[in-house]
Design a protein around this ligand. Structure first.
Ligand SMILES: Cc1ncc(C[n+]2csc(CCOP(=O)(O)OP(=O)(O)O)c2C)c(N)n1
Length: 75
């Protein structure tokens, strides 16, 4: 099972990594990390005269978070 998610999307429900570990669910997660809430930012760009607000995000150590939940690293 493969989950392809944005860096914003995964952080909206990242606590489910606990569920993954609890039930030993075989899922690989691929994160497309552009450090933006991209879709929202695009609306601000196109429809709100480029008045960007709260759509840029800091760099996050996702592997570190996964390890903290007890996820295994795989090749
Ligand atoms: C629970 C929830 N909150 C807010 C939104 C609104 N929303 C839609 S797309 C989006 C940004 C997603 O960003 P990202 O996953 O990084 O993908 P990108 O658009 O950058 O590729 C947000 C906040 C949502 N869909 N669901």
């Amino acid at each position: 099972m493969i989950d392809i998610a944005g860096d914003g999307s995964i952080q909206m429900n990242i606590q489910e990594l606990a569920t993954v570990v609890q039930y030993d669910i075989p899922v690989k997660i691929m994160i497309l990390n552009n450090q933006y809430l991209g879709m929202v930012r695009q609306w601000q760009e196109l429809f709100y005269d480029k008045r960007y607000s709260y759509t840029d995000m800091p760099s996050v150590d996702f592997v570190g978070i996964a390890k903290a939940y007890g996820c295994r690293e795989s090749a």
